[in-house]
Design a protein around this ligand. Structure first.
Ligand code: ADP
Ligand code: MG
Length: 640
């Protein structure tokens, strides 16, 4: 072009483009997400400017803050257009080629080691991903302060900028025109584009419209020389009208013949691809249960694509979920220094390997958005591991958008976000338990409905699926240990096969009882026969059964609850009120001394008179800080 000015890409950018062009990376899809994200940024900018100066928005179509995608199937040209802030000539030169972002070389390095292009947006070089699918790209842009320009490059180390004298005026904003490579033909397909927008950009805060084709039947004037086919149609039409024949009598033969015929025709119209007002931006009071459930399903489905390496796991999740409602959700808006919106869901079922993979995979199911732009769903800094079973989304207004993932991960506000998310998650679980509890059900009116029945038993269901996560939380999260302990459920010697809580246990404690009694073992059936329980049963004390292997570890962390200590009844230290103990100690002194000497000190630590037994003459007890017999068994089986 006559007026074109030529520029060379900055060396770092040039290297990046080489890598992209020669990349065998299979996930080329990301280019669309990057372009939409840039368009959305540009729209955010003009919207921001308009806050202080309404004039900048202009009038007419210019005020429509939207993104348009158009496809020319024949020419294989895909264009993405926005009515955002646009770029001046200088912006085009700097932003798209001559000034490498600080993240550029970091990204190039990363690419050479990991090859994971998916991160491109986080290094501030997302635009160049267009060369994954295009060999020639034009960027047409109009900024309020400048004329309309075209930037173009075939990725051959150089780009050109010309004043635009031939394209239609944009008014304001940017159109990126991709001349698709032969191998990228799959993107010249409306369905593919729709799928990608759904997958990556569904929750962009501006309307995304696709110039979509539509097959319609059109009535056109019937021809004189009609084919037999059409004649048949006309006959059937007139026979339908038979009943009206008398009224039509005045009409001439000619008028009775149909004057039109139907033809299939392709027309185009704008089709909105996203739900602009994302659920989490709405007022929780206005979102229906159905909408939450649908949103939940959309999250579950998207995951299928996003974790290809875990396709099976995620697939099975999605299958289980598809016609199931989440157990509960929490939708809230955090304000203050750190602002974010979040929706958390408890899935109806735990994935089959939730705990199997607990220690080696660290997969969060939370998506992170920053100002409506999807950042990542492998961002594990948002929730502690034990809450990884939750699904949902966080949209932060405080986190910066254009920094690397590493910088994001270290961002101060993450700690605050995490803290609040944990609180809300635990609140949600507590409420689930409260709604289900017998007390609250008793209080309710009898008429109250199916909804309550649905809630009945839901905590047991939760406990069954995710109870272990709560226990892992008690072990790992000292700050929230007490909150988590409240959520514990277990059976006891008196719970009659039902689950009970620590609060309920405490409310039933005898006035003479100081500690919370528990016993650990492989099964309730086995424990019920334990000699350690004889005396406690006889005296009517309640004892908790802990029968999950993780319970042994759990009880090393859970020292007390509401000022009550935990006492393993198979360990030293069990004190039952018994006035005769002192007397007995005296009179059996000789026997215990002889016994201790006979067994020798490396076999037993001590021999003592005990008040814990009723029928059994003697038991071997573990010392207070030693492993319980069951723990010995677990440790033994692990070292073997
Ligand atoms: P990032 O979006 O992280 O800044 P990109 O490589 O995606 O990095 O884009 C580089 C720059 O080009 C952007 O920062 C922006 O200044 C400019 N840009 C890209 N696309 C557009 C657009 N549609 N409208 C306005 N400016 C744009
Ligand atoms: Mg970008």
């Amino acid at each position: 072009r006559a007026n074109a000015e030529k520029f060379e890409f900055q060396a770092e950018v040039s290297r990046l483009m080489d890598i992209l062009i020669n990349s065998l990376y299979s996930n080329k899809d990301i280019f669309l997400r990057e372009l939409i994200s840039n368009a959305s940024d540009a729209l955010d900018k003009i919207r921001f400017l308009a806050l202080t100066d309404k004039e900048v928005l202009g009038e007419g179509d210019n005020t429509k803050l939207e993104i348009q995608i158009k496809l020319d199937k024949e020419k294989k040209i895909l264009s993405i257009r926005d009515r955002g802030v646009g770029m001046t000539k200088e912006d085009l030169r700097k932003n798209l080629g001559t000034i490498a972002k600080s993240g550029t070389s970091a990204f190039v390095e990363k690419m050479q080691t990991s090859g994971d292009l998916n991160l491109i947006g986080q290094f501030g070089v997302g635009f160049y991903s267009v060369y994954l699918v295009a060999d020639y790209v034009e960027v047409i842009s109009k900024h309020n302060d400048d004329k309309q320009y075209v930037w173009e490059s075939k990725a051959d180390g150089a780009f050109a900028i010309s004043e635009d004298t031939w394209n239609e005026p944009l008014g304001r904003g940017t159109e990126v025109r991709l001349h698709l490579r032969d191998e990228a033909g799959e993107y010249a397909d409306e369905y593919k584009l729709k799928e990608l927008v759904k997958k990556y950009s569904e929750f962009i805060n501006f309307p995304i419209n696709l110039w979509a084709s539509k097959e319609v039947e059109k009535e056109v004037p019937a021809d004189e020389d009609e084919s037999i086919d059409e004649e048949e149609t006309s006959e059937s039409t007139s026979s339908e009208e038979e009943g009206e024949e008398e009224e039509d009598a005045e009409k001439t033969e000619d008028e009775k013949k149909p004057k039109t015929k139907k033809l299939k025709e392709t027309t185009y119209e704008w089709e909105l691809l996203n739900d602009v007002k994302a659920i989490w931006l709405r007022n929780p009071k206005e979102v229906t249960d159905e909408e939450y459930t649908k949103f939940y399903h959309s999250l579950a489905k998207v995951n299928i694509h996003i974790f290809p390496s875990n396709a099976y796991v995620v697939h099975s999740l999605a299958k289980d979920f598809s016609d199931d409602k989440p157990m509960a959700w929490s939708h809230f808006n955090a304000e203050g220094d750190v602002e974010f919106k979040a929706v958390l869901f408890i899935p109806p079922k735990a994935p089959h390997d939730l705990y199997e993979s607990y220690y080696n995979t660290k997969q969060s199911n939370l998506k992170l958005y920053v100002r409506r732009v999807f950042i990542s769903d492998e961002f594990n800094e948002l929730l502690p591991k034990y809450l990884n079973f939750l699904m949902g989304l966080v949209d932060s207004d405080t986190l910066p958008l254009n920094v690397s993932r590493e910088m994001l991960q270290q961002h101060n506000s993450l700690k605050t976000i995490k803290k609040k998310l944990i609180r809300k998650a635990l609140d949600m679980i507590r409420k689930l338990a409260e709604e289900d509890s017998d007390e609250s059900n008793d209080k309710k009116d009898v008429e109250e409905s199916s909804d309550d029945n649905e809630k009945k038993g839901q905590y047991a269901k939760f406990w069954n699926e995710f109870g272990k996560s709560i226990k892992l939380g008690i072990i790992e999260d000292a700050t929230n240990r007490n909150r988590l302990a409240k959520l514990l459920r277990f059976e006891t010697t008196k719970s009659d096969g039902k689950l009970t809580s620590l609060d309920q246990y405490i409310s039933r404690m005898k006035s003479s009882q100081k500690d919370i009694f528990y016993i650990t073992g492989a099964s309730k059936e086995q424990l019920e026969k334990s000699p350690f329980l004889e005396r406690l049963n006889k005296k009517d004390y309640e004892v908790i059964f802990f029968t999950d292997p993780v319970d042994e570890y759990l009880m090393q962390y859970l020292m007390d609850y509401e000022d009550k200590k935990f006492q393993n009844v198979s360990k030293e230290g069990l004190k039952l009120k018994d006035s005769k103990t002192k007397e007995l100690k005296e009179s059996f002194k000789g026997l215990t001394k002889w016994w201790k000497n006979t067994l020798a000190s490396d076999n037993v630590e001590d021999v003592k008179i005990s008040s814990r037994l009723a029928d059994t003459p003697c038991v071997v007890v573990t010392s207070k800080y030693g492993w319980s017999a069951y723990m010995e068994k677990i440790m033994h089986s692990q070292t073997l």
